[in-house]
Design a protein around this ligand. Sequence first.
Ligand code: ADP
Length: 671
Amino acid sequence: MRTGPDDHTEPGALVVDHARRRGPGEPAPAERAERAGLGPHKAASGCPPEQRTDELGTRSPPPGSGRRTQSSTVAIDIPTDIARKWQEMTDLLAEILRVPAALIMRVEPPEIVVCASSESKGNPYAPNERARLDTGLYCETVMKTRTPLLVPDASKDENWTSNPDLKLGMISYLGFPITWPTGDIFGTICVLDDRANHYSKAYQALMEQCRDVIEMDLKSIFALDARLAEEARAKERLEQQVAERTADLRHANAQLRQKIAEHERTEAALRKVAEERRCAEEALRTSQELLRAIIDSSTAIVAVKDIEGRYLLVNRRFEELFGVAREAIVGKSDGDVFSREHAEALRAFDRRALLAGTALKDEEVMPEDDGVHTYLTIKFPLRDVAGVPYAVGGISTDITERKKIEAERALVLDHEQRARTAAEAAVRMRDDFLSIASHELYTPIAGLKLAVQGLMREATTLPVGATKLARMAERQCQRLVRLIEDLLNVARIQADKLDLKLGDVDLRALSQEVVESFDVELKQAGSAVSWRADAPVVGMWDRARLEQVVTNLVLNAIKYGRGKPIEISVAAEGEVARLVVADRGIGIDAGCVPYIFERFERGVSAQHYGGLGLGLYISRQIVDAHDGSIRVESELGAGAAFIVELPLRRRRDALPAEVSPPAGGPDEPAG
Ligand code: ADP
């Protein structure tokens, strides 16, 4: 069916659209359609989906149909069995009406498609052939007007002269509109003839019946489609629900897995806590057993009471001493074990420790089978984790023996103290006595000495025997004076009165003078003196004091080195003057060396060697006063060497401020 672009059919005009039969040598329908500019449309067997435009009467989309195009046409495929039925229908119509073409057309804007075409002689229309709309087709008019159209002879009707079908030789046309149950236009059913044809009323009624059958088919197709669509939607909903449910389940699964993992973690943590707790309990048990073993093996009494004074724990020593089992004492108080008086004392100490909040130490007495014992007790509050005291612990050590020893020691100490005090008093008395005696003795001895010296001046007038006796008396007098001077010097040193009278002194000359003065004693002892003194050694010293030092050392060498040679050396070495007096006598025991420079200390027995034990003491005091030093080098049985070192230059600030009294005695120069 073809028409020219401007060849419109007037609405309402009942015109028959004739399709001419294809003559010999004429092109096939598809070829003709292509020539008309409609393209070589091929459709599958059966009717293709139909499309409709609003212009063609589309009113509303079919309910529930998912297959309506954007232009609101119903797009439902015609099932094969119905397509076959429609084919038979067109074949019958062509045969009954004796026309070359009976067609069922379906609109698919912007085209119209041959849905079924009779297999009849001279039919130029092939199934699925397409033609553009708005070209003045008979069927287009039928669809637009929604009314049947009868064109008995288009060749004589100027309204249809440009009709495309006319060009195919189809000069008559009878067509009826076909609608979907929705009211949308499906297309047309039509017959075309290559001759003028008025189509009788019977034919028209037959055509209408056929149209109704087709509409019934469409109705059932539509219902089926709606049902299928509904089923598809239901399936879609179901699938969505399944998807949602699956997602929910997946989510729930994930949560469950998470919960299981958490649960497993919690269980692991709980297992760990339980294990730690077991270990802690084990450790606690071990430490309790250890504590129990320690307190049980202690000789001290150990007890723990709650703050009300009820026993919580005691050790074995407690059980043994007080004859009570630890299981029996738990919950009991001191009053159940001890006398009222003793229990009160114990409890009072507990309270003091609790009140003090710290450990307190005190002595306690406890009556026991063998008498009253003294204990040194330490009491201390025990606190819970919050720091609140819940008990008081006590450790009591039996110090009865120690107390006895301490008492005895105190007694001994007291005796010692008394003895020391008495000895010190005796020493003081001795010193006082010596001081007084030496003063008192010095005066008559000095008088005696002067008298003997006066006698010696008269020696030439005396008989020989008297002179000898006078000399002996003089030496004994000198010896006596030296002893008394020693005692006086000790008294001075004790009173801190050893002042020095400094002046230039030649130590070599002084030493030689001293040695010469003991000429007689040296001869009597049989000791020779050898010298090593090459040059004078002059320093700022106290002459009389140094004479005393040299005298003491020389007299000791004579006394303890009797019959043995004596070596004396005097020399200056740098800033120091050194005097050495060495003998080859008895020597000194090494154990005595540290003491021989002390007052009244002696290294020999008084029976064998006379002396007061003061010479070295006084010598060291004098040397110390000169900022010098004195020491001894000795070997028992091989002699002794006393070494005196004196500074050659004294420091200015060490010079004495005042001149001291002479060393010889209280009233007389030394000599
Ligand atoms: P004393 O000679 O009167 O006992 P000293 O103070 O002079 O007192 O000497 C103290 C002690 O030193 C002497 O008793 C003696 O034991 C010992 N001693 C001193 N000089 C010598 C010496 N040259 N050889 C051996 N012993 C000596």
